[in-house]
Structures are given as structure tokens and as C-alpha cells.
Design a protein around this ligand. Structure first.
Ligand code: ADX
Length: 195
């Protein structure tokens, strides 16, 4: 058997062609904490700077790539695995990939991180107290989880393991999306220009 042919174009070449440092910005947090909102705002801010991005959002992925998965811990692990593998392929293609997934378990997030080169996986804890997320209840899911109509609901009937050492910890209950995106952009700029 012959060894697989190495890719003809390296990740570095693709990055230089796009004048950007490819990476995966991984938003984790409770439902209703603001991950999708921040992902959209960050996407717009990067696009405005001419960056080439892709957004992988849990709600949307669960309508397609991950529509066969539910919310048991094993299914969430598979969800994170698929999304992180997809994100890795996109980073290898030179993109800045923005992932918005509850991804409640540390072990799965660590596994996702292990797919990337050092510094390429930027874990962002999108943090709002459960009481705030529940009061927002944009999709009415917390109310249904409280009455038992939805099982295995993160924060109610299944745990959320907060990151211990995220690259960024953003509190969404006392700052605007614009302010928080400015912090993420500053982090990305610092990373791209370490001096
Ligand atoms: S993850 O845990 O596997 O990362 P993911 O981010 O893909 O979750 O999907 C979460 C979305 O599914 C929530 O935003 C919510 O709209 C919906 N959802 C439906 N049932 C549940 C549940 N039991 N727990 C959490 N979210 C749920």
C-alpha cells in the first residue's frame, strides 16, 4: 500500500493567500447565553475587515449534518466531534471558523481542541447566569424543560461544565454584543501580531 499523498498546498500558503491567520473561535455556553448572536456579530465584524469566515451554529447544524442526533451525553459528544472535524477541515482550507455550540462537557471540548495546532483553537466562554438565560427564554425551551416536556436540558436536567481556562470569558448580561466582539477582535489581532 502506498502512503497518502501529502496536500499539494500547505495551510500556511492558503493563509498567506488570504492574508489571515486561520483559526477556530469556539463559543460554548448555556442555551440563551448569546452564542449565536455573538457569532453573527463577530462574523459581520470580520467580514467588514475582508476576512474569510464560516459560521457553524448548533441550531442550524442540527437541521442538517447533525439532524440524527438528540441530547443524550453520547449524542452531544458525537455532535461536538462532527462539528470540530468540520471546523478543522475549514481551518485547513484557510478560513476563520466560528463555532456556536452549547458543548457542555469539558472532555469533548478538550477533544475538539486536540484536533488543532497550538493556539489555533480559541475557547470563548459565553457566560450568563442560568436565571438570566431562563428569563430570556427566547425559544420557550426553559419553560418546557421545567415542566418536564423536554428532557436532558442543559442547566436544568443535565449539567453544564464551565471552561476552567478559556482564552476569553465574556459575560453577556452586562455588555453589548458590539463591546464583546471588540474584545474578541482584540484577542485575534494580538494573536496575529504577537509583537
Ligand atoms: S450541544 O450540547 O450538542 O452542543 P447544540 O448547541 O448543538 O447542543 O444545540 C443546542 C440547541 O438545541 C439549543 O440552542 C436549543 O435550541 C436546542 N435544544 C433542544 N433540546 C435541548 C436540550 N435538551 N438541551 C439543550 N438544548 C436543546
Amino acid at each position: 500500500m502506498t502512503a497518502p499523498t501529502p496536500p499539494a498546498i500547505t495551510k500556511g500558503q492558503r493563509a498567506r493567500a488570504k492574508s489571515q491567520w486561520p483559526c477556530c473561535v469556539w463559543f460554548t455556553g448555556l442555551s440563551g447565553a448569546g452564542k449565536s448572536t455573538l457569532a453573527q456579530h463577530l462574523d459581520c465584524a470580520l467580514f467588514a475587515r475582508g476576512r474569510h469566515t464560516a459560521v457553524l451554529d448548533g441550531d442550524r447544524l442540527r437541521q442538517g449534518l447533525c439532524r440524527d442526533l438528540g441530547f443524550l451525553p453520547s449524542e452531544r459528544a458525537e455532535n461536538v466531534r462532527r462539528v470540530s472535524e468540520a471546523a478543522r477541515l475549514m481551518v485547513d482550507a484557510g478560513l476563520i471558523v466560528i463555532v456556536a455550540l452549547i458543548s457542555p462537557f469539558r472532555a469533548e471540548r478538550d477533544r475538539a481542541r486536540s484536533l488543532f495546532s497550538p493556539g489555533e483553537f480559541i475557547e470563548v466562554f459565553v457566560d450568563a447566569p442560568l436565571t438570566v438565560c431562563e428569563a430570556r427564554d427566547v425559544k420557550g425551551l426553559y419553560a418546557r424543560a421545567r415542566t418536564g416536556q423536554i428532557a436532558n436540558f442543559t442547566g436544568i436536567s443535565q449539567p453544564y461544565e464551565a471552561p476552567l481556562a478559556p482564552q476569553l470569558h465574556l459575560q453577556t448580561d452586562d455588555a453589548s454584543p458590539e463591546q464583546l466582539v471588540a474584545r474578541i477582535m482584540a484577542h485575534l489581532d494580538e494573536r496575529a501580531n504577537p509583537d
